[in-house]
Write a protein that binds this ligand. Structure first.
Ligand code: PGA
Length: 243
């Protein structure tokens, strides 16, 4: 089996103005000059792609978008296409983040269409799945995530064009995390449903303290990091936990 190189991805969400984003990106680049065994990716808001992209130039830190529209162009006010992300220097696009599934009403079919759009533009799609608290407490986490995987992943997924992020919604931004056994169980179940060697990230309150334990789990191939990715020290500490 080919080695699955770990990926630590920062999802900056709707945070950052040009000055602080530039400082953060430069800080990440400076740290990434040190040896590291994982791939690094930052996903800033669309307004910052250009400035962050310039700061990342010449480094091995990749640039990604946080979402994309399914269509390549057209009358879709406020939306951004996968082609636009690619043109802005992105190699990856997050799709189906729970903040879009739940606050923008995105369905599995929408996520599937966005994944295809990402591939059409030559991007790697990071497809997010995860249960809400009531589903976890009701013992339905596994069936919910399996249904999201079945509905959100188009045919044609490969380990080169797809990364899955398991992000329990109740763990995002709350400081709560599932037990290691629960993460391991879910990742193993996802592993059985994605192409061989596709990477599966864990996301939801990953921080420098818990990263080592989470990243040591067999089917965890990296982390999708929200809050802690806004501090270069924390983001780098999580990356180092891949060692
Ligand atoms: P968090 O966010 O690390 O702040 O919990 C993770 C995410 O939403 O991707």
């Amino acid at each position: 089996m080919a080695e699955r190189k770990r990926l630590v991805a920062g999802n900056w969400k709707m945070n950052g103005l040009r000055a602080d984003a530039l400082a953060l990106a430069r800080n990440v680049v400076a740290r990434a000059r040190q040896p590291h065994r994982c791939e690094l990716l930052v996903c800033p808001p669309a307004t910052l792609l250009a400035v962050v992209g310039e700061a990342l130039a010449g480094s091995d830190v990749a640039l990604g978008g946080q979402d994309c529209h399914a269509e390549p162009k057209g009358a879709f006010t406020g939306c951004i296409s996968a082609e636009m992300l690619k043109d802005a220097g992105c190699s990856h696009a997050i799709v189906g983040h729970s903040e879009r599934r739940h606050t923008c009403g995105e369905t599995d079919a929408d996520v599937r269409a966005k994944t295809l759009a990402g591939w059409r533009a030559g991007l790697i799609a990071i497809v997010c799945v995860g249960e809400i608290r009531a589903e976890r407490e009701g013992g339905r986490a596994m069936s919910v995530v399996e249904a999201q995987i079945a509905g959100s992943l188009p045919d044609g997924a490969t380990s080169q064009n797809l990364i899955v992020a398991y992000e329990p919604v109740w763990a995002i931004g709350t400081g709560l995390t599932p037990t290691m056994a629960d993460i391991a169980e879910m990742h193993a179940a996802i592993r059985a449903r994605v192409p061989l060697d596709a990477r599966i990230l864990y996301g939801g309150s990953v921080n420098p303290k818990n990263a080592g334990e989470i990243l040591a789990l067999e089917d965890v191939d990296g982390a999708l990091v929200g809050g802690a990715s806004l501090k270069a020290d924390d983001f780098w500490a999580i990356a180092q936990a891949c060692e």
